[in-house]
Write a protein that binds this ligand. Structure first.
Ligand code: NAD
Length: 368
């Protein structure tokens, strides 16, 4: 079979990774990379031996498929043109920056028959699958996704930037739809929220508490899942999982824990996670999640099946994220009529961006 002819559109942080991995994938031929930025072009040309063009329209008739890795605000414009031309599309997450646009892309994909995969790459983190294996039905989830400030993806807030990963993960495993959303957020530097905390209640009864920050001094990507039969803790960064399966004799209350001798209590206290609620490190297979995401998409294209994260799933994540944003943008921090609301975002009153950090530092120290 002829390899699939693919382009990467947008050669920034993510586009570079997609391009490098696609050149190593025998099922595809990376035909071209499109990016209007001269500096992005120069950098990608030094790394990947593939023609680079300014505008993806110029290579439309040379490709069967494309990866869209532009800033989120351009996803709809680029992807809708690709889909209208029947090109299979892998769109980085979040699929778009509005649920309405996501629905339109989903309809376009249905009409054209093109296969859309959305880049919710944590779905391909083997730790996530492993964590679910022996804990029964997930009922309560806590997730934290924190990073330092990178100056990336500032066209969107942290809900679309980071929390969307966990929104998609919990939405894919908890029963039913989101029926209640509570959220608060804070902005540190600009007009969008940089920290957010959300509580999602699902119609099946399960609850997810999600925390995201892109202004944190302790980077972390973790999730705790409480299921009907046990508990799993995931560290997405190291792709590691710790699980506790609750023994049936505890679940069924076969032993009375409140009628023990002092010696028995001491034994349980001292060896709780070794002998009673046995804590186990789960073996997680190694693998490159973006490569797995490519292979799933390519397989769906060649076999006519549905990819793991189709346009509708991407749209659902955006809809839930919009619910979170709606709550955090209207949260009142005071009772008064003219109360402070939302993430307390402010635009700068004076532009001090001409001040270099070393000029700013003494002034910041004086103010402290
Ligand atoms: N899956 C993940 O874990 C993950 C992680 C980070 C970012 N992302 C997503 O990937 C996307 C890109 O993020 P990034 O950090 O690489 O951004 P970036 O700013 O580093 O790169 C974007 C590139 O797109 C180019 N571009 C803009 N408009 C274009 C157009 N019309 N045609 C072609 N190129 C265009 C820009 O010149 C830039 O080089 C965003 O949607 C972001 O949310 C996903």
């Amino acid at each position: 079979m002829k390899p699939l002819r693919i382009a990467v559109i947008g050669a920034g942080n993510l586009g570079k990774i997609h391009a490098r991995l696609l050149t190593q994938n025998p099922a595809v031929q990376l035909v071209a990379i499109a990016d209007p930025s001269p500096s992005a072009q120069a950098e990608i040309m030094s790394q990947v031996p593939v023609p680079v063009v300014n505008d993806f329209h110029a290579i439309m008739d040379q490709i069967d498929a494309a990866v869209v890795a532009t800033p989120t605000r351009f996803h709809f414009d680029v992807a809708s043109k690709l889909l209208a031309a029947g090109k299979h599309t892998l769109i980085e997450k979040p699929v778009t920056d509005s649920a309405q646009d996501a629905l339109e892309l989903s309809n376009l994909a249905d009409a054209s028959g093109a296969v859309v995969q959305v880049g919710h790459v944590e779905q391909f983190n083997p730790a996530f699958t492993k964590a679910l294996e022996s804990i029964g039905t997930p009922k309560f989830i806590q997730a934290s996704r924190m990073s330092g400030y990178t100056f990336r993806s500032t066209d969107i807030g942290v809900v679309y930037d980071l929390m969307i990963h966990d929104i998609d993960l919990v939405n894919s495993i908890l029963d039913g739809n989101v029926v209640d959303t509570r959220a608060v957020g804070f902005s540190v530097f600009g007009k969008n929220e940089d920290m957010a905390q959300a509580r999602l209640q699902f119609s099946g009864g399960a609850v997810a508490n999600l925390t995201a920050s892109r202004c944190s001094f302790s980077p972390e990507r973790s999730m705790q899942i409480f299921g009907t039969d046990g508990f799993s803790q995931i560290d997405f960064t190291n792709s590691s999982v710790t699980t506790i399966v609750i023994p049936s004799w505890i679940r069924n209350r076969e032993m009375n824990f409140f009628n023990l001798t002092e010696e028995q209590e001491a034994f349980i206290r001292d060896s709780l996670f070794d002998s009673v609620l046995k804590r186990q490190k789960v073996e997680v297979p190694r693998g490159n999640a973006i490569q797995a995401e490519h292979n799933d998409w390519i397989n769906a294209i060649t076999t006519g099946t549905t990819p793991k994260i189709d346009a509708r799933q991407g749209m659902q994540a955006v809809e839930i994220a919009d619910g979170v944003l709606n709550q955090l943008n209207t949260h009142r921090w005071e009772q008064r009529n003219l109360a402070m609301t939302g993430p307390l975002a402010k635009l700068p009153e004076t532009d001090r961006s001409d001040m270099l950090p070393n000029q700013l530092l003494p002034q910041m120290r004086r103010a402290a």
